[in-house]
Design a protein around this ligand. Structure first.
Ligand SMILES: C[S@@+](CC[C@H](N)C(=O)[O-])C[C@H]1O[C@@H](n2cnc3c(N)ncnc32)[C@H](O)[C@@H]1O
Length: 234
């Protein structure tokens, strides 16, 4: 059994990860709310998907290759966009309610993939065993982004890539101030999502070279409008 390299204790609680270490203790959303969140997730994103997100997912995932591991796969909105040529598709998701919907999405599309119950901070894959890691709207939510990026770096093969599509802290001072103001209520509503996280900076600080385009997540509240889409390598 492959195990988490850093040895942190990580467990699922109410479907979300509570990572316990000397540095952090993130109180997860309640189990009941996470069930509701999984239920309303696709309807809540619907407008944003037809207003551009769906085509962004498709363009990004067209570059997936080899052994692919998606972190926080959620309800499976990416599943239909993976090229048939990928060698293996593994979808990780720590939340049980999300995993049920992910299973249905696989059945619906007929796509072959393995679903794994694991937090991104503790990926059950060997070092240097993955060609592509995919993260869409997940690095905003993981309780410990540094640890997650460390895990992604660990599992990627030399020459491997992280494909990402993430909403991030706004460059506009006004919008960033709104993100800071609404951080708590949004996090409570959106299953632990941090709307003001400077994810590209975190990637660079954790040793990744980042090639990203800025975009706007239309059809969603303004605090999650600023998007980055691209590829990160080590
Ligand atoms: C906003 S949803 C994004 C779902 C999907 N990736 C998408 O693009 O629609 C965030 C996802 O991250 C998952 N998540 C929460 N904590 C996580 C963790 N520690 N590791 C991996 N995924 C996590 C949630 O269960 C949820 O499915």
């Amino acid at each position: 059994m492959e195990r988490c390299a850093h040895g942190a204790a990580a467990r699922t609680f109410g479907g979300m990860t509570e990572t316990v270490s000397n540095e952090i203790r993130v109180i997860p959303p309640s189990r009941v709310w996470m069930r509701i969140f999984a239920l309303v997730y696709n309807p809540f994103l619907w407008l944003g998907e037809i207003a551009g997100m769906r085509s962004r997912r498709s363009a990004l995932l067209g570059d997936a290759r080899g052994r692919v591991v998606e972190i926080g796969a959620g309800t499976g909105l990416n599943v239909e966009h993976y090229p048939d040529q990928v060698d293996e598709l593994v979808l990780t998701e720590p939340d049980a309610s999300m995993r049920r919907r992910l299973t249905r999405s696989l059945q619906h599309t007929g796509r072959v993939a393995r679903i794994v119950d694991a937090p991104a901070e503790c990926l059950p894959f060997a070092d240097a065993s993955v060609d592509t890691v995919v993260s869409t709207l997940v690095l905003c939510t993981v309780p410990d982004p540094e640890r997650t990026l460390g895990e992604i770096a660990r599992v990627l093969r030399p020459g491997g890539q992280l494909l990402f599509l993430e909403h991030v802290r706004a460059k506009s001072r006004f919008l960033a101030a709104c993100q800071d103001l609404l951080f708590r209520p949004w996090r409570g509503f959106a299953g632990g999502c941090c709307c003001n996280r400077p994810t590209a900076d975190l990637m660079r600080a954790n040793g990744f070279t980042v090639a990203a385009d800025d975009s706007v997540w239309r059809g969603m509240p303004a605090i999650v409008h600023p998007l980055i889409v691209g590829r990160a390598t080590r």
